[in-house]
Design a protein around this ligand. Structure first.
Ligand code: SF4
Ligand code: SF4
Ligand code: SF4
Length: 426
């Protein structure tokens, strides 16, 4: 790993993905999937990752036919140790895309929805559950409301209620940490365009260590939060030093028992990591009985669920914005123009802002697979010619469902991945 990394804050994991030199065949396959050209090395020679250009998205890892890229952060054993500690409440925060992918690691058909079995397996392992879909609902309320504030400011000159600065349009989604890192490192002038809403994972961690203390009857210091994500970049996101909002809140309210800030998310496991954890604990997810989440923190709406796919965040945000502005539900609720796998999807929504009694048109765009699709949209925004008011960006092709932390074999993430078992260099 490049220890001289310059684009990371103190405390952050300086690059979640590295390439094992002894396994790399120099075949160049990974370069085609890298959104930033972070992989160097000539054809036939050992390749390596430039951590300052890397987004930690893991697309090289799931698309390498030789299993050479690996995650530098592996905390499966640490989580098992916490699960065995009776003084610690371990909260598993499960992202939407995990429940439709983990089944195949236990012999179930690819795409099986196993929410009940996943809850059952996690409870058997000793986790309490906070469903990240619950937090996705929180994110979308924040992000949808923020969009309304920005749009009313731009169209009607409305000021912020508390005198806070209002960000420009277009508003970009901010729940994909690979995308956020791309903006921070390559397009810093667009940082104000990113939604100020934290990602569902980070909202979930804050909720677990504040409201969750009442749900589980433990102080925040005794709660250990584990993001369970389809995503390797979420490991980097959780390590960002500014994400200690639960500590700050608890301290302000006299509830912090220590002067040492604790992170909102203690660690992150990918879908693959969780499979390994279950296997180490001899839990066969496929044979587990269905269980429920056990608290309000595992309740969620369909809007939270669709976050796992490209277009899901935009559709959920539009539903919220439409309902707040017009006082009515969006009909039909499924907003089909932002669904599907087209590289850049766009749509216009006409709606009446009842507060101003005026009809407005909102132009939205949805981008996935940054490696192929982001450049023209960014160029338009940078040149001030963008027709869009709200843009969703997800790094991975198809969205988080095809994230860098998902099972590698047979999930359709890569035909190269599918032939990987044929090789001895696994
Ligand atoms: S795809 Fe894998 S083997 Fe091929 S160059 Fe990249 S890391 Fe090396
Ligand atoms: S993790 Fe993503 S950004 Fe980093 S080298 Fe791999 S494909 Fe490129
Ligand atoms: S699209 Fe999803 S899985 Fe991929 S980097 Fe972004 S948050 Fe992670």
């Amino acid at each position: 790993m490049n220890v001289a990394a310059k684009t990371y804050q103190k405390g952050e994991i300086p690059g979640v993905i590295a390439i094992k030199a002894s396994a790399c065949k120099g075949c160049d396959a990974c370069k085609r999937h890298c959104p930033t050209g972070a992989i160097t090395g000539s054809f036939g020679a050992t390749h390596s990752v430039d951590v300052d250009s890397c987004l930690s998205c893991g697309q090289c890892l799931i698309n390498c036919p030789f299993g050479a890229p690996y995650e530098t952060s592996d905390t499966v054993d640490e989580v098992i140790a916490r699960l065995k500690d009776r003084n610690t409440t371990v909260v598993g925060i499960i992202a939407p895309a995990v429940r439709v992918a983990i089944g195949e690691d236990f012999g179930l058909p690819a795409g099986s929805l196993v929410t009940g079995k996943l809850y059952g397996s996690m409870k058997k392992a000793g986790f309490e559950i906070l469903d990240n879909n619950f937090a996705a609902d929180l994110t979308i309320m924040e992000e949808g409301t923020e969009f309304i504030v920005r749009a009313r400011h731009a169209v009607f000159g409305e000021k912020s209620e508390h005198g806070a600065e209002i960000g420009p349009l277009p508003q970009f989604t901010s729940c994909c940490p690979a995308w956020v890192r791309l903006v921070e490192t390559k397009y810093p002038t667009l940082i104000p365009n990113l939604s100020s809403a934290k990602s569902p994972q980070q909202m979930a961690g804050t909720v677990a260590k504040t409201y969750g203390t009442k749900v589980w009857g433990k102080s925040a210091e005794k709660i250990y939060t584990v993001g369970i994500m389809p995503c390797t970049a979420k490991k980097l996101e959780a390590s960002r030093p500014e994400f200690n909002n639960a500590y700050e809140y608890n301290k302000k309210n006299g509830r912090a028992l220590t002067d040492k800030p604790y992170p909102d998310i203690d660690t992150v496991l990918t879908t693959r990591d969780l499979s390994r954890l279950f296997k180490k604990l001899k839990i066969n997810l496929a044979a587990e009985k269905d269980a429920d989440g056990g608290s309000l923190l595992a309740d969620y709406t369909g809007a939270g669920t669709i976050f796992g796919n490209t277009g899901g965040v935009m559709e959920a945000a539009l539903r919220t914005a439409y309902a707040v502005l017009t006082g009515e539900e969006l009909k039909p609720l499924e907003f089909k123009p932002v669904r599907g796998l087209k590289g850049v999807k766009s749509a216009s929504v006409k709606l009446k802002d009842t507060k101003y009694n005026k009809e407005v048109t909102v132009n939205v765009a949805v981008i996935h697979n940054i490696a192929e699709n982001i450049k023209p949209v960014i160029d338009e925004v940078l040149s001030g010619r963008s027709p869009y008011h709200f843009i969703e960006v997800m790094n991975c092709p198809g969205g988080c469902i095809n994230g860098g932390g998902q099972p590698i074999y047979g999930n359709g993430s890569s035909w190269l991945g599918a032939i990987r078992p044929l090789f001895a260099w696994k």
